[in-house]
Design a protein around this ligand. Structure first.
Ligand SMILES: *Cc1c(COP(=O)(O)O)cnc(C)c1O
Length: 479
């Protein structure tokens, strides 16, 4: 392996030079109490600027990114993010803005936030919006807190349950539990959709709300949404939509029209901010009329031609983020929406759906397709046929790395054996889709001829197969 940068250190070598002091020197130690003095050296590597640059560039090359190639990580929407978003987000007037500047100095930023919220309301067909949450899961938590505040405000104290399908993203039950609710799991039927009978049997006056991902994590549209809505609202519950998969619906169908009361939007997925590795992101929520009073404070409001932050929201659940959220992500989303316009926004989803169906059609005779019908923006394959031949979904995911791809999401959703959740996204060309599908077919051939070869993949990566269990149990992030 490459030497660590600390091993390249040579005493006296420098990566910087600063001008000689031209003001009177000051003894900093004189201003500090002794207990704050450093007792030993920092032990930083002594290297040249060139070596530092090479160190970081080498590290960056070990990471896979969307600029390397197709990134089919289902549910995560790893699509190409137009560089113009970076240009606008780095405009000094935005990038250097102090989060607590006076409203009269931040009119441009406030206008951007106001107009972004208006656009998201139109896209989701809902009435109110908060841009504050910093992630999808944070949006879930915020939305569920507004549900809680709504029921409490009506003096309805017995609604302690949130219903969640068994195919849901793990963040859904986690967010509802952190917000103080008990989780009730709803079964999926053999079509991969909500089992309506199971749902009906669990609807009662203890239900605060229902969380649904639509399209669900199998990439299937919940077409019985009208029935579902009647059951939930019928028992006095509220409808929450996990909108992380909104890139399948843009300009086609709106959560508000499906009568959801709240939806979170992953700006970093659907509206193109580079993500992965923990952020920053933004998970705004849009809500129906009855939840507006409970939204986080402050709200950006418009008064004729001026904008201001409104803190006067007596029933608000309060703040969920310092300042106004992750502003840079908001600028990127705004740019993306304005660059595409209404027709472009719809084309995003049409292409996402077409691309997923194209790959699915190319793979479905060789891989088991548990739900054999048209998909939305992503689809689930099962590696069951391959498992019988002696190699697993994990083996295929590892082998994909050798071919220069990121692996799809695997072993999720939990309700499919040997699952492989593939989301090619709308930004891949026809040729790129073909290459990826052909690579998976080739991997199936390799495994069919020699399962052991796949069991030991990858072969071309800097590290070969890791001991996942050991890595998880003895996590060590430092040398
Ligand atoms: C990504 C995702 C989330 C969580 O979003 P984060 O921004 O990672 O917190 C929730 N639900 C679904 C379906 C997702 O794909």
């Amino acid at each position: 392996m490459e030497k660590l940068i600390i091993e390249k250190s040579i005493a006296g070598r420098k990566g910087f030079s600063i001008p000689t002091l031209d003001v009177p020197a000051r003894d900093i130690k004189a201003d500090l109490t002794e207990k704050f003095f450093r007792k030993s050296d920092l032990n930083l590597p002594e290297v040249s600027e060139n070596e530092v640059a090479r160190h970081y560039v080498k590290l960056s090359k070990l990471n896979y990114c969307i600029e390397d190639g197709l990134y089919p990580l289902g549910s995560c929407t790893m699509k190409y993010n137009p560089k113009v978003n970076e240009l606008t987000a780095s405009l000094p007037g935005f990038a250097k803005l102090h989060p607590y500047s006076h409203d009269k100095h931040t009119q441009g930023a406030l206008q951007l936030m106001y107009e972004l919220a208006e656009a998201l309301k139109e896209i989701t067909g809902l009435d109110g919006c908060s841009l504050q949450p910093a992630a999808g899961s944070h949006g879930e938590f915020t939305g569920i807190l507004t549900f809680k505040a709504y029921h409490e405000d009506r003096g309805d104290a017995k609604r302690k349950k949130i219903l969640i399908p068994d195919s849901a993203h793990g963040t859904n039950p986690a967010s509802a539990a952190i917000a103080g609710f008990d989780i009730v799991s709803i079964k999926s039927n053999d079509k991969g959709r909500i089992d309506i009978a199971d749902l009906a049997s669990k609807c009662n006056d203890e239900v605060a709300g229902f969380m649904l991902t639509n399209p669900n994590t199998l990439g299937l549209f919940e077409y019985e949404i009208v029935e579902i809505e009647k059951l939930i609202h019928g028992c006095g519950g509220l409808m929450y939509m996990d909108g992380a998969n909104l890139n399948a619906l843009l300009g086609i169908v709106r959560p508000g029209d499906m009568k959801f009361d709240c939806v979170h939007i992953n700006l970093h997925k659907t509206f193109s901010t580079p993500h992965g590795g923990g952020g920053p992101g933004a998970g705004p929520i849009c809500v129906s009329e009855k939840l507006i009073p409970f939204l986080p404070t402050p709200q950006v409001v418009k008064n004729e031609d001026t904008y201001k932050m409104d803190y006067n929201l007596p029933k608000s659940i309060g703040k969920v983020h310092s300042a106004f959220g992750n502003f840079g992500v908001l600028v990127r989303a705004y740019t993306y929406i304005r660059m595409l316009g209404a027709d472009g926004i719809r084309a995003v989803s049409e292409n996402a759906i077409m691309n997923a169906n194209y790959i699915m059609a190319k793979l479905k005779n060789v891989f088991k397709l548990p739900y054999d019908e048209f998909c939305m923006h992503e689809f689930v394959l099962s590696g069951d046929f391959q498992k019988e031949k002696g190699f697993s979904t994990k083996d295929m995911a590892k082998r994909l790395l050798d071919y220069g791809y990121h692996a799809p999401t695997i072993y999720f959703p939990l309700i499919v054996h040997e699952a492989m959740l593939i989301e090619p996204t709308e930004t891949e060309s026809f040729e790129s889709l073909d290459d990826f599908a052909n690579t998976l077919l080739k991997i199936d051939q390799e495994g069919t001829n020699d399962p052991a070869f796949l069991n030991n993949a990858p072969y071309n990566t800097p590290y070969k197969r890791l001991d996942d269990a050991l890595a998880a149990r003895n996590l060590n992030l430092r040398w």
